[in-house]
Design a protein around this ligand. Structure first.
Ligand code: SF4
Length: 479
């Protein structure tokens, strides 16, 4: 797994994000709206809880027999006239796509939305061999024009305001400074229509692969996925090897929650089911279909205590629900997969050492687990990863020191009482001028107050309040 800005630390990226007022406006506008839409969308699903249980069961069952389902899927794709390739890692995937491009003398590629291509950094690999790649999902197109990386697994340009996009289109496409999203979409559509019709190869993601039929399912709202997969003469579909479902019935269960969890829609505008390339007598579709299944650490995660993260159907709901993501956005994570799912998946696939900060990017409030249509217990795995980081010696010295000091005090009641008294008095003095809220703590505690206030401790400790409460309670009972 690659990192976007390897020379900048996680904390520096977070500080930059917290200072970025435009980012806050963009995140607030969109995550809040997605959250509301998800609640309404799931509310429109009869027996939503039972459907979520079913989603979880199907994902667990599929992963428990993944090798058999992958074999069945591959056999059925081949039977329908497609080709299946297994890629052990990102380099292997890039080599396979590059070989297909070379074989077919491909000069230009249109690309639908695909997190796997981000994971493998496919665009760089193709561009290095002289192939022009054009993103066709509107969000991805914006990001490509801006020379940036996606900051959300579903809405790649979520960190940009419409005003920024209007200015970007003006600078890069030479169009007037549009203020309405519809005008910007029309400008992008005019350019992309030409690209679709002239591309030699289409590269798309895959939401699900159906083992029983060899069908791939792509869910989208813009129609660009349909054009990417049918207009060019070669279609290359990229999927993580965990994205299998056994049957079309199982697929229908996934589809009941995917769009609802993502955008609140009962169903996405386009649900494309593709089984093999164009057959004799059919008017549309590619001459060849290649499906590449990427491992890149996934098979290593299977059977571990992190396997549950592979249940993910990439709806993005946990990102929109996460109070940390909503403050810092996706780029601060530095990984291809941001937010709660990324904080678990990235270290699970790429090892804890380079990603030991990500599990700390959580308040453990559990909102991600509540929002997840597969009921993935993300907080449980975040705690396991924090433990793994500690065992790997990745915990910062100040945290190690702090926890050690706490464990010394917490096992000595007199010392604990003294420390609590000191904290009470100290924080009340510091917060006296601001109604009990401290604007700036002294170093090394000032990191907390760089972005929020700290409340002064209560006048009485919890233990003192509890003793008083019990005393009053008993007094009342006696009366
Ligand atoms: S972890 Fe759950 S909520 Fe988050 S993207 Fe995956 S399926 Fe959606």
């Amino acid at each position: 797994m690659s990192q976007q800005t390897s020379n900048v630390t996680f904390h520096e990226r977070v500080e930059d994000a917290l200072r970025d007022q435009i980012l806050h406006v963009a995140l607030e506008r969109t995550t809040e709206r997605f959250q509301r839409l998800r609640v309404t969308g799931m509310g429109s699903l009869p027996n939503a809880d039972a459907v979520r249980d079913r989603v979880r069961l199907i994902r667990a069952h599929t992963l428990s027999r993944l090798d058999a389902y992958l074999e069945q899927f591959a056999a059925n794709v081949e039977r329908a006239g497609g080709h299946v390739h297994f890629a052990a890692d990102a380099n292997a995937l890039n080599r396979i796509v590059a070989d297909i491009a070379r074989t077919h003398d491909v000069k230009s590629v249109v690309k639908g939305k695909s997190m796997i291509s981000e994971e493998a950094e496919l665009n760089h690999a193709l561009e290095a061999q002289g192939v022009r790649v054009v993103e066709t999902d509107l969000g991805e197109y914006i990001i490509q024009l801006a020379g940036e990386r996606p900051s959300h697994i579903l809405a790649p340009a979520i960190h940009k305001t419409k005003e920024q996009v209007g200015q970007l289109f003006h600078e890069k496409l030479g169009v007037p400074v549009y203020t309405e999203p519809a005008e910007m979409t029309a400008a992008a559509r005019a350019i992309l229509r030409f690209e679709f019709l002239n591309a030699d190869m289409g590269v798309s993601g895959v939401n699900f692969g159906v083992a029983a039929t060899g069908t791939i399912c792509l869910v989208e709202n813009e129609g660009n996925g349909r054009l990417t997969t049918t207009a060019p003469r070669v279609h290359v579909a990229l999927m993580g090897l965990e994205r299998i479902v056994p049957t079309l019935d199982d697929l229908s269960v996934m589809l009941q929650v995917l769009a609802r969890s993502a955008t609140g829609q009962k169903s996405a505008v386009y649900t494309n089911l593709i089984t093999g390339p164009r057959r004799n007598g059919e008017g549309d579709g590619p001459d060849e279909l290649h499906i590449i299944l990427l491992d890149n650490g996934r098979s290593r995660v299977l059977g571990t205590e992190f396997a549950e993260i592979l249940y993910c159907i990439r709806c993005g709901a946990c990102l929109n629900a996460c109070p940390v993501y909503r403050e810092i956005g996706g780029h601060a994570y530095g990984s291809v997969y941001p937010g709660p799912v990324g904080a678990v998946l990235t270290p699970a696939l790429g090892g804890i050492a380079p990603w030991s900060d990500l599990p700390q990017a959580s308040s453990l409030c559990g909102m991600c687990r509540e929002a997840c249509p597969a009921r993935i217990d993300i907080p449980r795995m975040l705690l396991l990863e924090r433990d793994a980081a500690t065992r790997a010696g990745q915990m910062p010295w100040w945290l190690r020191f702090g926890l050690h000091a706490y464990s010394v005090a917490a096992t000595r009641p007199a010392l604990f009482g003294l420390a609590a008294w000191g904290a009470r008095v100290g924080t009340r003095i510091l917060g006296a001028s601001n109604q009990g809220w401290i604007r700036a703590l002294p170093p090394p505690l000032n990191a907390w107050t760089q972005s929020r206030d700290f409340p002064a401790f209560a006048n009485e400790s919890f233990r003192a309040q509890w003793e008083k409460y019990q005393g009053e309670n008993q007094e009342q009972k006696r009366k």
